[in-house]
Design a protein around this ligand. Structure first.
Ligand code: ZN
Length: 190
């Protein structure tokens, strides 16, 4: 059944927008994303897509939507993008952003300084980035606060300040934005 016929009207676009904008509507983000492409409602596309690739929406939910004519291209894009996002998360979780040392950090202490940074990153930030429960996953918008509050035993205080500043300036947490932008650019106009 097509979205338009489900709402029993030839003016399917208006009806779809009306129903999907209603906060009480129980339509999952996948339907909203699909409708945003089918009926060209660009203001929905990115927000719905961002949610779809970030939350723990399951492929197993798909049969619940079998009465809708969800296009395989749309589902495929979401699934593949989620895979890319989780790969980027694993990379970020295990590869801490490189750091420099404050000029006051003596040469013989730098190795220890760096090891402390790597350990803290993996244990505190990395663990949250790849948390199995999406509810506790560190989202890019929460990253700055988490990084600023990092406590790194064994690392010189000024090096830590430097590392935090560099990481905040860097693009380590831009992966979600980049991956989503690239994915949506591949969507063929219908
Ligand atoms: Zn140092």
């Amino acid at each position: 059944m097509k979205l338009s016929t489900r709402w029993g009207s030839e003016d399917g676009r208006e009806r779809a927008i009306y129903y999907l904008e209603d906060a009480k509507t129980k339509f999952p983000d996948l339907l909203k994303f699909h409708a945003s492409i089918k009926y060209n409602v660009p203001q929905w596309t990115r927000p719905a897509f961002d949610i779809l690739v970030s939350n723990d929406w399951k492929l197993g939910d798909l049969p619940l939507l079998s009465s809708y004519d969800l296009s395989l291209e749309v589902i495929d894009l979401v699934v593949k993008t989620r895979d890319i996002v989780s790969r980027e998360q694993r990379r970020l979780a295990t590869l801490p952003p490189p750091i420099g040392h404050h000029s006051g950090c003596p040469q013989h202490k730098r190795e220890k300084c760096e090891a402390a940074w790597i350990a803290a990153w993996i244990l505190v930030i990395g663990r949250q980035v790849v948390h199995v429960d999406a509810l506790f996953q560190l989202q890019p918008y929460q990253a700055a606060a988490a990084i600023k509050s990092l406590v790194v035993p064994g690392m010189s205080e000024r090096c830590l300040e430097l590392a935090i500043a560099r990481t905040l300036e860097g693009d380590a947490f831009d992966y979600l934005d980049k991956v989503c932008t690239a994915a949506l650019a591949r969507l063929s106009p219908s």
